[in-house]
Design a protein around this ligand. Structure first.
Ligand SMILES: *Cc1c(COP(=O)(O)O)cnc(C)c1O
Length: 382
């Protein structure tokens, strides 16, 4: 047997100028947030996604918490969200005392089932949160219509969805609010980091106050207030310039990063087709009007036990595959609070979805090894 190096599921990387920009941030004399690099990141998103007010945060978790504060979510307010998501989507609203109402995934896609969701809306519903899983757009047609009809906020947890669109429009910019993540597992990374997109102009000013720890700092700096004061609830959301510096270097190479990830993603999609055709697995389906941004490549296995075997089989070949979210309505923290509705599709993805390695520095020969391992596993399964 030949020695093979470990192929991790994910690997943080440098694309170019990260270290140079970090050094510049240090030498500039401002390491706290809101300096040159934060401003440059804001401008990048303003220009690229036509955002009028992006706010760089320490994480997507943090951006979601800012969103919940901004919408003034109160104890007893109801928030509808997918069960198949990361805990941060839920925590942000639970921390404000909201009642979480978990919705199922679509039968053939991990995204929230927008059609089934209408009956979960009550007079207490304040917000719907959708997650564009693997960077593929949810059914925004239905979600936007429901938000409008019932006058509730739509928050896009676009943690996966940078550079991905619905009907040609960037995800995260269509709902009331949108959030991105720059965690080291995401396409564009800064170790930790996030961004809040405020798409409703009425919320901009208040967002800025919350972001500035509840002060009128902006107004004061612009000479619109003569005292610098505490005027509302707020918190600390801005990352240091070190993070913004790293992030800017990545954003400047966003096309290169995206091209590489999509090359990897498309190759998996092409070369695993035959196994899908044999009925042994399902590959990702890009929904109507949506795109792939090469964030996550997943397979759906027939069962949890088959998935476990596949992960173990690949681990023996030094290839790391990983499962993903465990339905939040079944979680130890929440199970007692759940209203008992069955969410079979979310459970199915919890049990049967497995992710293959996708990262910028994954080499073609390494990807070949992954494809061969998955193929030979399924060859042995009739
Ligand atoms: C990664 C992720 C988050 C959290 O992002 P952080 O930047 O790590 O806080 C939230 N929601 C989803 C769907 C994610 O995948």
């Amino acid at each position: 047997m030949s020695f093979s190096t470990q192929i991790p599921f994910n690997k943080p990387f440098l694309i170019g100028k990260e270290m140079e920009y970090i050094r510049r941030a240090v030498e500039s004399g401002q390491l706290s947030g809101g300096g040159f690099f934060t401003e440059a990141v804001h401008q990048f998103f303003q220009k690229r996604y036509a955002l009028h007010q992006p706010l760089l945060t320490t994480s997507c978790t943090d951006a979601l918490e800012l969103a919940a504060l901004l919408l003034d979510i109160q104890p007893g307010d109801e928030v509808i969200l997918p069960a198949f998501t990361y805990v941060s989507t839920a925590n942000a609203f639970a921390l404000r005392g909201a009642k979480l109402v978990f919705a199922d995934s679509q039968p053939d896609h991990p995204n929230i089932d927008a059609i089934q969701l209408e009956r979960l809306i009550t007079p207490r519903t304040r917000a719907i949160v959708c997650v564009h899983y693997a960077g593929m757009a949810c059914d925004l047609e239905t979600l936007l219509a429901l938000a409008k009809q019932y006058n509730i906020a739509l928050i896009e947890d676009a943690a996966h969805a940078i550079e991905s669109t619905w009907k040609g429009k960037q995800l995260g910019t269509l709902g009331t609010l949108g959030t991105f993540s720059f965690h080291e597992t995401k396409n564009i990374m800064a170790g930790e980091g996030g961004l809040l997109c405020i798409n409703d102009k009425h919320l901009t000013q208040h967002a800025r106050i919350i972001y500035d720890k509840g002060t009128n700092r902006q107004a004061f700096l612009h000479g619109q207030a003569n005292k610098y004061e505490w005027i509302a609830l707020g918190s600390s959301f801005a990352p240091s310039e070190l993070i913004a510096a790293y992030l800017l270097a990545q954003l400047e190479e966003i096309e290169k990063i995206q091209t590489q990830r999509l090359t990897i993603w498309n190759r998996y999609q092409n070369e695993l087709q035959d196994i899908e055709k044999s009925g042994k697995i399902q590959l990702p389906k890009i929904p109507q009007h949506a795109t792939s941004n090469g964030h996550i490549f997943y397979l759906i296995c027939h069962s949890a036990s088959e998935r476990k075997q596949l992960i173990a089989y690949c681990a023996e070949k030094n290839i790391q595959l990983t499962f993903h979210y465990q339905s939040l309505h079944q979680s130890p923290y929440f199970a007692q609070q759940h209203d008992g509705r069955k969410l079979p599709n979310a459970d199915q993805f919890s049990q049967c979805l497995v992710r293959l390695p996708v990262f910028y520095e994954l080499r073609a020969e390494e990807q070949t090894r992954v494809i061969e391992a998955v193929s030979s596993f399924y060859k042995s399964k009739n």
